[in-house]
Unconditional design. Structure first.
Length: 228
């Protein structure tokens, strides 16, 4: 786990993709996209059907590593609203065990607005926890501290002639501090963290930075600065 400060509180990056909030003893993950492979299989595009199992095993490891008693998922939990009906037995068992062991809250996203909590937990569109807004899509103009997902940000750079991309968190700083988490799911792509869509979502901001775990610390890379 890699510690850092955000919005006047202490957090830790877990597995480079999840966020642990010690004061609330809470783990936050975004964009699990469970049952994405089975969604595509219905259209004849066959993918290995183990993405949900791998993703939930990652969540279980993060819960075990942090000792979190609460879990908040920041939307696009399933790749579609009916994904929970397609969970195979092993993945369903992992999820049921996780929701029994923690205070689990599903925040819905654009992929799963009508999802049902078939394996436990409760459902919300968004929440406010200790002054922090938890939602799926960052709201342009928000002035309160905010944690969200949706964009699957990845920090991209050319290194020794090679294109390197790593999942990252993106922070907008200024009047308020707001963070977009990377996608946690095993079968998720990513968007360039410097994409204008991410910048627009974090307005108003004076600066936007990518947070990337590196050597036991969080490296901060500037993506955008407001002109003086």
């Amino acid at each position: 786990m890699v510690p850092f400060s955000f919005a006047g509180d202490e957090f830790r990056l877990v597995q480079g993709r999840a966020l642990f909030w010690p004061r609330e003893n809470a783990l936050l993950v975004a964009d699990l996209h469970l049952e994405k492979s089975s969604f595509f299989a219905r259209a004849g595009q066959m993918l290995p059907p183990y993405d949900s199992r791998e993703t939930l095993e990652r969540v279980a490891l993060a819960v075990g590593e942090t000792g979190a008693r609460r879990v908040f998922t920041l939307g696009d939990n399933f790749h579609d609203s009916h994904g929970s009906t397609r969970l195979e037995e092993h993945a369903a068992g992992i999820l049921a065990a996780l929701t029994r062991a923690t205070d689990w809250v599903w925040i819905t996203g654009n992929h799963d607005p009508a999802m049902e909590a078939r394996s436990g937990g409760t459902i919300a569109v968004e929440l406010e926890v200790a002054g922090m807004i938890l939602r799926h899509h960052a709201r342009t103009g928000e002035t309160r501290p905010e944690l969200s997902g949706h964009f699957h940000p990845r920090f991209q750079v050319r290194l020794r002639g090679r294109h390197v991309a790593r999942p990252c968190a993106v922070i907008g700083g200024g009047a308020s501090e707001r963070m977009i988490l990377p996608a946690f799911g095993a079968l998720t792509g990513g968007m360039n963290a410097a994409d204008p869509a991410i910048r627009q979502a974090l307005m108003p901001a004076d600066r936007i930075d990518a947070l990337v775990p590196a050597g036991g610390r969080v490296a901060q890379f500037p993506l955008w600065r407001r002109a003086a």
